[in-house]
Design a protein around this ligand. Structure first.
Ligand SMILES: NC(=O)c1ccc[n+]([C@@H]2O[C@H](COP(=O)([O-])OP(=O)(O)OC[C@H]3O[C@@H](n4cnc5c(N)ncnc54)[C@H](O)[C@@H]3O)[C@@H](O)[C@H]2O)c1
Length: 414
């Protein structure tokens, strides 16, 4: 059995909320070697190392921090990940969890060091970079899995199977939203999710674009993105409210609203959902998913604490929960865990079940074609939509058109 070493690059919110606990669980099952985490500074690593929740859930488990925790916690080491990745034996796993605009450098560094990749979304901000990543990975027989965890929500898989069985006819009009809570503005987001780098659609809108493709197999061909500039508490400017119209290759239209603006006192950690109106034969069909309110209403005696917690809550049992199954520790459950596990298990199987480059390449093509795991080949539309969205938002919402083919590109409609 192969038990790969894993290096996570980035020690922020997503590493804390989803990646590290998932890795600890897989390690606990005896399927992983050492876990290393490299961040810009040691401070977030100290928080992860001192986490009471992790101590309770994963007693006796730990990770190796880079930079180590003995020095100045705020000294930045922007290039340390290069050394940490270079030290890894070939064909282990790098998990990419840095801010969006750094993904490309970290992924290319890891591929050139012959590492499999699990990257948080979005893979990169430009389709041409996704093509480069795809070519480098394929030439070396390495897996690149992009962590669109909504795909592993059971309801997404149910809709996909039923849509592809013809039960919903054809998608025509849709509306989706994902609004994060207002308090996000106070986090590290204000340092990087700024107007010149990103926007609310680029940050979270991609999930529902990805999901509509995942369910239907359709491809987005045009995007117009309207954004409202707003100030973060530190004065930086961001497009913190966005409204996108995405046109698909069958003429269907999806509206996507995103913001860092859902009220902090509202129940749930955010608000989100997808409605797809479809046409089949001589009847309409409907897919309607409330992805925030999942039927649970809890009124606590006090605020339970933790980011965004409220006294009245509508918690999601489905994304990421720690369950007490009798110990030792607690067991992660939900599609957040399943998504990380699926990609890592894919990399492990690739190493275990193939011998030689040609066989690995053949297996990679199968993974692309199966389409459950997002890869640079089968989810290139995501980078194109992102690029089109950026072009549109910076041009006052003008429509940007997507060209597929050998050299995919986007351009404003004349
Ligand atoms: N729903 C989702 O799929 C989802 C949710 C949240 C975040 N994300 C993605 O995860 C990524 C990280 O988001 P986050 O919320 O954890 O951000 P964050 O700001 O909380 O954390 C970013 C981390 O990157 C580290 N970092 C920055 N520069 C670095 C460098 N040069 N070398 C090593 N580490 C460096 C920082 O130290 C920090 O630990 C983003 O791409 C974001 O879009 C995805």
């Amino acid at each position: 059995m192969i038990t790969p070493q894993v290096t996570v690059v980035g020690g922020g919110m997503i590493t804390n909320d989803q990646i590290l606990p998932s890795l600890y669980q897989i390690e606990r099952q005896g399927r992983l070697g050492e876990i290393r985490i490299c961040a810009l500074t040691a401070r977030p690593l100290k928080e992860l190392a001192d986490s009471e929740l992790f101590a309770r859930a994963f007693p006796g488990q730990s990770f190796r921090p880079f930079p180590d925790l003995a020095g100045d916690l705020d000294q930045p080491y922007p290039d340390l990940y290069r050394e940490v990745v270079a030290q890894m034996p070939p064909r282990n796993i790098v998990v990419v969890a840095v801010p969006d605009q750094l993904h490309y450098d970290v992924i290319m560094t890891a591929l050139r060091a012959d590492q499999h990749i699990c990257s948080v979304k979005p893979l990169v901000l430009k389709a041409s970079q996704a093509v480069e990543i795809e070519q480098e990975a394929y030439a070396r027989g390495l897996l690149v899995g992009i962590e669109y965890h909504k795909r592993f929500d059971d309801r997404s898989l149910m809709a996909r199977t039923r849509y592809r069985a013809g039960l919903f006819g054809e998608f025509r009009l849709g509306t989706s939203c994902l609004l994060e809570k207002w308090y996000y503005r106070h986090s590290n987001f204000q340092n990087w999710c700024t107007a010149e780098n990103s926007d609310a659609f680029a940050y979270v809108g991609c999930h529902y674009v990805d999901l509509v493709h995942f369910i239907t197999g359709l491809l987005p061909v045009a995007v117009s993105l309207y954004g409202i500039r707003d100030r973060y508490p530190n004065g930086n400017e961001g497009f913190l409210w966005t409204d996108a119209r995405v046109i698909w290759n069958n003429g269907a239209c999806l509206n996507v609203q995103n913001a860092l603006g859902f009220p902090d006192v509202a129940p749930g950690t955010n608000t989100q959902g997808l409605i797809m109106y479809c046409a089949g034969g001589d009847n309409g069909a409907l897919i309607s998913h409330s992805d925030q309110y999942r039927g649970l209403k809890y009124s606590y005696t006090r605020n339970p604490g933790g980011a965004g917690a409220t006294v009245y809550a509508e918690p999601s049992p489905d994304y990421f929960q720690y369950q007490d199954l009798g110990g030792p520790g607690l067991v992660p459950a939900g599609y957040g865990y399943r998504s990380i596990e699926y990609i890592l298990a894919g990399a492990i199987r690739l190493e275990e079940e193939t011998s030689g480059l040609a066989e690995r390449q053949q297996r990679l093509r199968q993974i692309d074609e199966t389409g459950i795991m997002a890869t640079p080949v089968n989810s290139r539309y995501n980078e194109l939509v992102l690029e089109a969205g950026r072009l549109s938002i910076l041009n006052g919402g003008r429509e940007a058109l997507i060209e597929y083919g050998e050299r995919p590109s986007v351009q404003l409609r004349e």
